[in-house]
Ligand binder design. Structure first.
Ligand SMILES: Nc1ncnc2c1ncn2[C@@H]1O[C@H](COP(=O)(O)OP(=O)(O)OP(=O)(O)O)[C@@H](O)[C@H]1O
Length: 313
């Protein structure tokens, strides 16, 4: 795809960034800009280069080639002026495990030279106030995940890197975190978000970059990516009312298949197909599935999105 023009005022500006490990080209010439205040998603299958790219942005890794600017600074070699302005949550966040959640956050706050009230605020933000006196060791996986996010936010950074922050959360905790993330965006923070949950990227991100083999395969808002895709609408009709053979014969149906006790009709123009289904046996129990970011992702990556980690709270 055509590289996006770089905006020197962006929160993150990458131009021709490359990184190779031995013979593996993990990042193969990435040019993109994350605007200030933007909620930016990084998507892609396992091994696509997301983590490497984020590590380069965070200043944990040196790019082999290209230029990297974060909040107007070059993150490599480590720039101590930049560190208090960014927040990093990773999949394997380090904790002071013998401390309570509150003590842990107060310690992290002190490292950033902010007061304990900041720790209390971060605890509340991720819904852990009631668990503040529980030792980190005794928190559930989901609670530790939230503590990792609080640790990344405690010093109120301008730019926040979140790596699959909802991976171990149950559906309610996940939705609660969406609200926290939307509030952060509302407060003007920039968020770089890596996720395998495509529904989440669709709901939260202003724009997403889909990485495949270390290169940006698509970059736009979820809505525009979906609109530009050749995605078809799927109509699910109870099979006892319409067989795949009958469905395939309806005008406007591109493909008709069986899926359990439903017949799935694919179409680019659902109106006439719905009318025909209605005429055959009514619309009761008929479901419509419009194209989603997941369909765009699957078409671009040619594979199923990895199954999210099992939820625990
Ligand atoms: N430290 C390393 N040494 C050697 N190879 C590495 C290293 N880190 C990553 N790689 C390789 O680089 C490629 C990109 O890996 P990376 O972890 O950046 O991808 P990813 O998109 O984050 O994957 P995942 O979704 O599984 O986290 C992969 O082929 C991976 O095996």
């Amino acid at each position: 795809m055509t590289p996006q023009p770089t905006d020197p005022d962006g929160a993150v500006v990458l131009d021709g960034v490359r990184k190779t490990y031995g013979r593996t080209e993990a990042v193969a010439g990435v040019t993109l800009t994350v605007a200030r205040g933007e909620f930016f998603g990084l998507l892609g299958p396992n091994g696509a280069g997301k983590t490497t790219l984020v590590e380069i942005m965070e200043g944990q890794r040196k790019a082999d080639a290209g230029s990297v600017t974060v909040l107007g600074h070059h993150p490599w070699p480590r720039d101590t002026a930049l560190l208090p302005r960014i927040g990093v949550q990773t999949q394997s966040s380090a904790f002071f495990v013998r401390l309570t959640a509150r003590e842990h956050l107060t310690t992290v706050a002190a490292l950033y030279r902010v007061g304990s009230e900041a720790a209390e605020k971060a605890l509340a933000l991720v819904g852990l106030t009631d668990h503040g006196d529980v030792r980190v060791d005794d928190l559930s996986g989901g609670q530790r995940q939230r503590l990792a996010i609080a640790s990344a936010l405690v010093h109120e950074p301008e730019l926040i890197f979140l790596d699959e922050p909802t991976a171990a959360l149950d559906p309610q905790a996940r939705r609660d975190l969406w609200k926290v993330l939307r509030d952060l965006k509302g407060a003007g923070r920039t968020i770089v978000y890596t996720t395998h949950h495509l529904d989440e990227a669709e709901a939260l991100c202003d724009r997403v970059a889909i990485l495949v083999g270390g290169a940006v395969r698509a970059l736009d808002s979820p809505g525009r990516l979906i609109a530009a895709s050749s995605g078809t609408t799927r109509l699910l009709v109870p099979a006892d009312r319409l067989t795949p053979e009958q469905g395939a014969a309806l005008p406007g149906v591109l493909r008709a298949t069986a899926d359990g006790d439903m017949t799935v009709l694919e179409t680019e123009d659902s109106g006439p197909v719905l009318a025909a289904v209605d005429a055959q046996g009514g619309l009761h129990g008929v479901q419509t599935r419009t194209p989603s970011l997941e369909d765009v992702y699957l078409a671009l990556t040619g594979e199923a999105s990895p199954a999210p980690a099992p939820a625990e709270s």
